[in-house]
Design a protein around this ligand. Structure first.
Ligand SMILES: NC(=O)c1ccc[n+]([C@@H]2O[C@H](COP(=O)([O-])OP(=O)(O)OC[C@H]3O[C@@H](n4cnc5c(N)ncnc54)[C@H](OP(=O)(O)O)[C@@H]3O)[C@@H](O)[C@H]2O)c1
Length: 268
């Protein structure tokens, strides 16, 4: 039974804890008291242990999960000292393993990138390094993507941002239907079902390219093709690619900063 110590009980780590509990994992959870209301509600709902302070979490845990925001990492690193050899899992975006090791002491560090669907064990679970001993614990939270290089992990982080953007796109599409007179629940059903249908069929047709399936629908003269022309003319798809490039550049620029200077990384 793993005692998972959680430093940074926030939106994402809460979902991870709930998902691990839901998966039937025998892990127990030792929580930092800083986000007291959230930690107390987890303690009430699934029996997590609320610790006195961060150091007590670090001392009692078998594995430490770090879930603070990037700019809060330096302060956390100054605050605690980890037992030699204790493995660390970080879900902090844009902070490479080398920096985690400098900040928290040389040890086994695993980076993970997930979404809120970890709560229902349906998240993409990107893990670096691919052979991390923590992978079996994390992949209970959804669909594993085990990555051999840190560059690939940053690319997967762009995927996590896409996941966030999908919500805004789906919301806008839902609102279009609502403005045209649909009841919000019907509009929501129509949009979500459309995406589910597309995902399910793409998985079913695994040997066909996703674009190939699209092209078989948007044949010349169809309404689908007409709408696609409008999207292309207005740069709909190009805008998504530009957003991906922007985030990837930010993530890799940060990686260079981090590897160039540890003091810089502490300022994050
Ligand atoms: N949310 C997502 O969907 C998502 C997806 C992928 C990756 N991530 C990554 O996950 C990390 C957390 O994101 P989030 O959205 O879950 O943020 P969040 O809700 O703000 O959670 C961070 C938590 O850490 C706490 N914290 C800060 N410093 C601490 C310290 N020294 N000791 C103990 N706790 C401390 C914060 O408390 P205070 O509120 O008091 O500061 C907060 O409760 C980020 O690094 C982000 O890049 C998030």
């Amino acid at each position: 039974m793993i005692k998972l110590g959680v430093l940074g009980v926030g939106d994402l780590t809460e979902k991870m804890i709930r998902g691990l509990h839901r998966s039937g994992s025998d892990a127990t959870f030792l929580l930092s008291p800083r986000s007291r209301a959230r930690a107390e509600s987890l303690a009430n709902d699934i029996g997590c242990t609320l610790m006195r302070d961060n150091q007590q979490v670090a001392d009692a845990a078998d594995v430490v999960l770090i879930g603070v925001r990037p700019g809060q990492l330096g302060e956390l690193a100054q605050e605690i000292s980890l037992k030699p050899g204790i493995p660390l899992i970080s879900v902090v975006s844009g902070v490479p393993v080398g920096d985690l090791q400098r900040m928290f002491g040389a040890r086994e560090c695993t980076r993970a990138m997930l979404s809120l669907a970890a709560e229902i064990n349906r998240s993409t679970v990107a893990v670096y390094p691919a052979d991390s001993a923590m992978a079996p614990l994390l992949t209970a939270l959804g669909n594993p993507v085990l990555l051999a290089t840190e560059r690939e992990f940053e690319l997967a982080t762009v995927g996590a941002c896409m996941n966030g953007w999908f919500y805004f796109l789906l919301h806008d599409l839902q609102q279009w239907f609502v403005q045209k007179g649909f009841a919000p629940d019907d509009a929501r059903q129509l949009v979500l079902s459309g995406v589910e249908d597309c995902v399910a069929y793409s998985r079913y047709k695994a040997s066909s390219g996703i674009g190939e399936i699209g092209s078989s629908i948007a044949t010349p003269g169809t309404y689908t093709a007409q709408g696609l022309d409008v999207l292309e003319r207005l740069g709909g798809n190009a805008a998504w690619k530009a957003a991906c490039e922007h985030v990837f550049e930010q993530l890799t620029a940060k990686e260079h900063d981090h590897s160039d200077s540890n003091s810089k990384s502490r300022r994050e």
